[in-house]
Design a protein. Structure first.
Length: 365
């Protein structure tokens, strides 16, 4: 009886926590706006919002509300000056849907119950699920590295005596505080596997921001992490150079069958060599026609199978997808936790190209 009562209470709590409405979001905004508007000019500026998002003391629903406004700022349509009246109007019109973003943020924060770096001792690729940052180009190389050597990823992170974390990226080391609740609400979900993915996102953003000229730096690491090349990030993550292989030949109307065959033979060789040597690989899409594939998106290439002449890929969304009909270019490919297999001749037609890690041995050093 006690167990049944406890379960009912948990469900009641979960319902009150997750079933957010526009009024819930506006209740938080009305409560917090004056404190967030630090210069008291009636407008929540970018700098003021970033200060709230970056603050470890901003937690739970307050963090989810700030994260919703920050997410909205990523939209291609510029937001009006964030007065209290403007936020209320945006919430009512659902353009963007701030109340939904708030509810998603509340749910995301509540799921991160274990704030250890690695909940199970080592990182796992299945823990990575891309969030709202549009940072697939950062997560694809990370997934490739976790797939190759989880211990190497774990060794990238160290806890400092001041509570910050030191993170090693190839030839660059960066120190950052733990991710805030607002950053967790916006970033990748971690399937209860600790904060290492969110910390990676924050550290990548901080490192890229530090690399910018002083007058081009931003106040939030989240802004420095959005938009880029998976190949360039692979090089940043490992400290190794990369080589690229374009698939433009597969879409060109002037490519002959013989030229196509030569290109595919060369790609098979490079894929087989990289897989054998366990070198990291990424790829990307522009436009896609196959169901289940994400356009304008970065993927990790986990390996090449010579027997089936197919590549094994991982989508940073970490989603599951199962076609209703026979697997293939028309119906899509069975995907579990983002992992799926594609025949090579389909791969080059749906994807735009690849990047290969160049190790010291490959470079002849």
């Amino acid at each position: 009886m006690k167990f049944a009562l406890s379960s009912a209470l948990l469900l009641l709590c979960a319902g009150s926590l997750f079933a957010q409405t526009p009024s819930d979001f506006l209740t938080v905004i009305n409560r917090d706006f004056a404190a967030w508007d630090s210069d008291h000019d009636g407008v929540l500026s970018v700098k003021e919002l970033d200060a709230v998002v970056n603050d470890l003391k901003t937690v739970n629903e307050d963090a989810a509300a700030a994260a919703a406004l920050k997410r909205a700022s990523f939209d291609k349509t510029p937001l009006p000056p964030l007065t209290l009246e403007a936020i209320t109007s945006l919430t009512t019109e659902k353009k963007p849907d701030l109340a939904l973003m708030f509810a998603q943020g509340v749910k995301r924060i509540a799921k991160v119950t274990n704030r250890a770096l690695f909940a199970d001792g080592t990182p796992a690729m299945g823990a990575i699920h891309q969030g709202k940052l549009g940072n697939c180009f950062c997560l694809a190389p990370l997934g490739a590295l976790v797939n190759r050597d989880p211990a190497q990823v774990a060794a990238m992170f160290s806890l400092e005596s001041n509570g910050n974390y030191r993170v090693q990226f190839g030839r660059k080391t960066i120190e950052v505080p733990p991710p805030t609740d607002a950053e967790i609400a916006i970033g990748a979900s971690n399937s209860g596997q600790g904060i290492w993915v969110n910390l990676y996102e924050k550290a990548i953003g901080a490192a890229r921001n530090e690399d910018r000229p002083q007058d081009h730096r931003v106040d939030s690491p989240l802004d420095a992490e959005r938009g880029g090349s998976a190949g360039a990030m692979l090089a940043y993550l490992t400290g190794h150079k990369i080589t690229r292989f374009s698939f433009a030949f597969a879409k060109s109307t002037v490519t002959t069958e013989a030229e196509f065959a030569v290109k595919l033979t060369d790609l098979r060789r490079q894929l087989a060599e990289a897989t054998q040597a366990k070198r990291l690989m990424t790829c990307g899409t522009l436009k896609t026609t196959t169901p289940g594939l994400t356009p304008n998106h970065a993927y990790a290439v986990l390996g090449y199978d010579t027997a089936s002449d197919s590549v094994r890929l991982w989508n940073p969304h970490g989603q599951n997808f199962h076609p209703a009909n026979t697997e293939g270019v028309e119906n899509g490919y069975a995907t579990d936790e983002g992992i799926f297999q594609v025949p090579l001749d389909h791969f080059v037609r749906q994807f735009s190209g690849m990047a290969f890690e160049v190790t010291a041995e490959k470079a002849g050093v």
